[in-house]
Design a protein around this ligand. Structure first.
Ligand SMILES: NC(=O)c1ccc[n+]([C@@H]2O[C@H](COP(=O)([O-])OP(=O)(O)OC[C@H]3O[C@@H](n4cnc5c(N)ncnc54)[C@H](OP(=O)(O)O)[C@@H]3O)[C@@H](O)[C@H]2O)c1
Length: 341
């Protein structure tokens, strides 16, 4: 089965793209020389020895062939559509290889949407869920490892490395006991954040891996009643009437501690509250080739009386070794017109 995200040779170039976009560069080129991909600012790039070039523009593609590029070089232009999902334009000659296109299809929307949110002074949120064909993220007893596959795990670690912070709800921190670090790919660890309105994750009564190594984890809580947070965890209080926190207030708190892009890894309650509040910029849904028939659903939202009241998305997809990864962008609800068919 095809794993379209198996290309590790281009991964370091995406880490470079992250750094360039953070420094304010707006036009990038990915260049393939020898066996490696690199990423450079378009204005500085000498492409005479490149065999493939992917030009990336944050604005609609102008399709000007880079001056220093050889005529026989394979060339493709990436530009985002209005909804932020990718568009690839092959103007002339050969397109760049499909493995690079697949990596760009999944990771460039993340980087470009994060850069746009940063420019607006707000924190970008990419939500992620790994679910079965029948929309379950765990068994009824909470066991969920692993619904996804090896490629999903590597993808999750890539996302951690691309974004400033990774957040899980208290239920996930207590049930799955994740580390939230980057281990399966090269890349720096993100800020680790646990959302626990009641602060119960601070009183777990056992060592949780999310607090190890010490001192690096933030807990966002409305009520935090512990004198000594575990392993030097930083408690960030968000004012609220009860334990349920407004995602906008959570994001303001996260932004205040320097996290300008966030990977929301679950679970169902954290994801659902962010989706309901319209606080997810990009939702990645990994669909595994499995039916559970029971278990915890991916989302739990208030009932609606008509399908037009659901949350609509624009969708792109990639294949992950027999599973599917959907990149979903929320889109405005259509006008209420009763379709007839
Ligand atoms: N397949 C997957 O992709 C995936 C990913 C992650 C987790 N999981 C599974 O999901 C299950 C855990 O999910 P879960 O339903 O317990 O959800 P969860 O979001 O992990 O945890 C829920 C808890 O997080 C806190 N929380 C979430 N949203 C909040 C908000 N808006 N304001 C304040 N606090 C908030 C609350 O903590 P307090 O109680 O302290 O107030 C809440 O009780 C586990 O079985 C895990 O294995 C699956």
């Amino acid at each position: 089965m095809a794993c379209e995200l198996a290309d590790d040779t281009s991964w370091p170039a995406f880490l470079s793209a992250r750094a360039l976009l953070r420094s304010g560069v707006q036009e990038l080129v990915f260049a393939h020389r020898g066996s490696d991909w690199s990423c450079e600012a378009a204005g500085d790039a000498d492409l005479r020895d490149a065999r493939q070039v992917l030009s990336v523009s944050v604005r609609p593609a102008s399709l000007v062939r880079p001056r220093t590029m050889a005529a026989e070089c394979a060339w493709t232009v990436y530009s985002p559509r209005d909804n932020g999902l990718p568009d690839f334009v092959h103007a002339d000659g050969r397109p760049v290889c499909p493995t690079m296109i697949a990596m760009a299809r999944v990771y460039l929307p993340v980087l470009l949407l994060a850069a746009a949110a940063r420019a607006e002074g707000r924190t970008f949120v990419a939500g992620h869920v790994t679910q079965t064909l029948d929309g379950r993220i765990a068994c009824e007893n909470g066991q969920s490892q692993w619904i996804g596959n090896e490629a999903d795990l590597r993808h999750a670690h890539r996302m951690r490395a691309l974004l400033d912070g990774v957040l899980v709800g208290a239920g996930t921190a207590l049930t799955d006991d994740p580390r939230l670090t980057v281990r399966h790919v090269p890349g720096a660890d993100p800020h680790r954040i646990v959302l626990s309105g009641s602060g119960r994750v601070l009183r777990a009564g056992r060592a949780l891996r999310v607090f190890d190594p010490p001192g690096g984890t933030a807990v966002i809580a409305a009520h935090a009643t512990v004198d000594a947070p575990p392993n030097g965890a930083r408690v960030v209080r968000v004012v609220a009437d009860g334990p349920a926190l407004d995602p906008a207030a959570v994001l303001a708190a996260v932004h205040a501690i320097g996290v300008q892009s966030l990977y929301l890894e679950g679970g169902a309650r954290a994801l659902s509250s962010f989706l309901l509040a319209g606080s997810i910029d990009l939702l990645q849904v990994h669909i595994a080739a499995m039916v559970l028939g029971s278990g915890i659903p991916s989302f739990r939202l208030p009932p609606v009386a008509h399908v037009r009241d659901g949350v609509p998305f624009a969708v792109d997809h990639a294949l992950l070794d027999g599973h599917v990864l959907l990149s979903c962008r929320p889109r405005p609800k259509a006008n209420a017109t009763d379709g007839v068919r």
